[in-house]
Design a protein around this ligand. Structure first.
Ligand code: ADP
Length: 473
């Protein structure tokens, strides 16, 4: 673990594995509750002096971290592919995206503006000041093992908060590589701390109950997010939650079905479907169902699964056995309830795939509301197509989920696009666009997909308190 500016490596360890090959990549420090307390103490001790640095100093360190991350892009991407599984090209993109957050928030650090407000009293002035919330505890997932860290570290450090971060147990090596960068560019001791562990619960408990932690930021499943938010509630800690999703992908009959199907295949199979904004229900208006399915089937058939280090492979492994079992359960349930299997539908274990967690790119049509896949997040390489007839019906169907993270709409009709944009209860909506994400744009969900937004101008607000001065003169 990395605490108070030093790497601590002596102690119990756990192994990290490559999900494509099963090989052991390394041994990592196995932190426990006491280590979390130690890291929080270091963060607490550094808090005042870090918040007291000028915004220019904080900005400069973040900008240097951005530069060093880009210098190391190829090595970081290679590590990510081996530890998490995504193809090298996607890993390169993720490192760039991760670095974007460091630069964006290096810039935002200098724009933490206050306000003066006119008073109804002639002898009074109002002064509004923004200041760091204090020590931040962060918990991050394995599916985007570098960018989900910088999306939290960037704004927290820019705002003047110190941080203790716990990465996912499958991807601690990527987290360590990020903290190597923070160390090398010279963040002061205690400002950013890392506790790796094979057992997240005791550390999560400390994060939620330690009085010095003023803010908890979490990205992961809705079930764990709810548990953490409840545990943090007795002390009214501030929380940001980026949780699960169940994105609808709506294709209206005025859209080009071939173009829409290409978009669906690109975004659905990104990261082997292991993304919270991955389309989970692809709604296609019946008049263009056939050309849409023909194109999607052709493209899905060409997706080759395998080790992400080989550029011929476009989809990598799933993260572990539990993920394979979950995907297969949803696929078999859908088939048993009447879905049509057009491609894939089974685990892949030929040759060297046998050592990894691979599932064939799958296309199902005739999905209906009684199937598990219609309700549960899949987090796997399964495109599930639901035919529809009427505009109003599809909006109701799309909104009929407890999730509210991302949605996608294909139409050439401006009125339809705007109406749908307004009616969908989701935080991120791609209109004829499959990548509505950027460090500059607010990312986050409605309903049970979360609380708060990351990235953008709003991202830094999550780490700032508003303080009012009322002054008699
Ligand atoms: P997933 O199902 O995608 O792995 P999780 O929500 O289980 O999502 O994991 C996201 C993050 O939450 C990881 O860092 C994981 O270690 C952490 N986590 C899981 N369970 C707990 C818990 N009870 N307390 C704190 N952190 C947890």
């Amino acid at each position: 673990m990395y605490v108070n500016g030093e790497w601590l490596r002596d102690g119990p360890t756990f192994s990290v594995h490559n999900p494509a090959t099963g090989e052991t990549l390394g041994e990592v420090f196995d932190g426990n509750a006491e280590h979390a307390q130690q890291a929080i103490k270091a963060a607490e001790q550094a808090q005042d002096s870090w918040a007291g640095e000028t915004a220019y100093k904080r900005s400069e360190l973040l900008a240097r971290a951005h530069g060093l991350m880009l210098e190391r892009q190829a090595a970081l991407a290679n590590l990510m592919t081996r530890e998490q599984g995504k193809p090298l090209k996607a890993a390169m993109n993720e490192v760039k995206y991760a670095a974007d957050f460091l630069l964006w928030f290096a810039e935002e650090a200098k724009r933490i503006y206050g306000e003066t407000i006119p008073s109804a009293r002639a002898d009074q002035r109002f002064l509004v000041h923004k200041q760091a919330v204090g020590v931040v505890a962060a918990i991050t997932p394995w599916n985007y093992p570098i960018s989900m860290l910088t999306r939290k570290l960037g704004p927290a450090l820019a705002a003047g908060c110190t941080v203790v971060l716990k990465p996912a147990e499958s991807t601690p090596l990527c987290a360590m590589a990020v903290f190597d960068i923070l160390h090398e560019v010279g963040f002061p001791p205690g400002v950013a701390n890392l506790v790796t562990t094979s057992d997240p619960k005791p550390i999560g408990d400390v994060f939620c109950t330690h009085p010095s932690v003023r803010k908890l930021t979490f990205t992961g499943s809705t079930a764990v997010g709810k548990h953490l938010a409840q545990a943090a509630a007795p002390q009214l800690k501030r929380v940001s939650m980026e949780l699960g999703g169940h994105a609808p992908f709506i294709v209206f009959d005025d859209a080009d079905p071939v173009h829409a199907a290409k978009g669906a295949s690109l975004v659905k199979f990104l990261n082997t479907g292991q993304a919270c904004i991955s389309p989970n229900r692809i709604f296609v208006q019946r008049r263009i169902l056939e050309p849409f399915l023909d194109t999607l089937q052709e493209r899905v058939g060409k997706l080759r699964a395998g080790n992400g280090l080989d550029p011929a492979n476009s989809i990598g492994p799933l993260i572990n056995e539990a993920a394979i079992a979950k995907v297969d359960r949803q696929v078999q349930d859908a088939i048993a309830k009447g879905a049509t299997l057009l491609s894939g539908g089974a685990r892949l274990s030929d040759g060297e795939l046998a050592n990894g967690h691979f599932y064939g790119a799958t296309l199902l049509s005739n999905i209906s509301a009684d199937m598990l896949i219609y309700r549960e997040e899949t987090f796997g390489p399964v495109a599930a197509v639901v035919p529809f007839d009427d505009d109003d019906d599809v909006i109701a169907m799309a909104n009929d989920t407890r999730y509210g993270l991302a949605a996608y709409v294909y139409t050439q009709n401006l009125a339809r696009a705007l109406r749908t944009f307004e009616q969908l209860q989701f935080g991120i909506i791609g209109i004829n666009d499959i990548n509505p994400t950027s460090a500059a744009a607010p990312f986050g969900g409605m309903k049970e997909s979360g609380l708060g937004r990351e990235g953008a101008r709003e991202g830094i607000e999550e780490y700032l308190e508003t303080k009012l001065g009322g002054i008699s003169i």
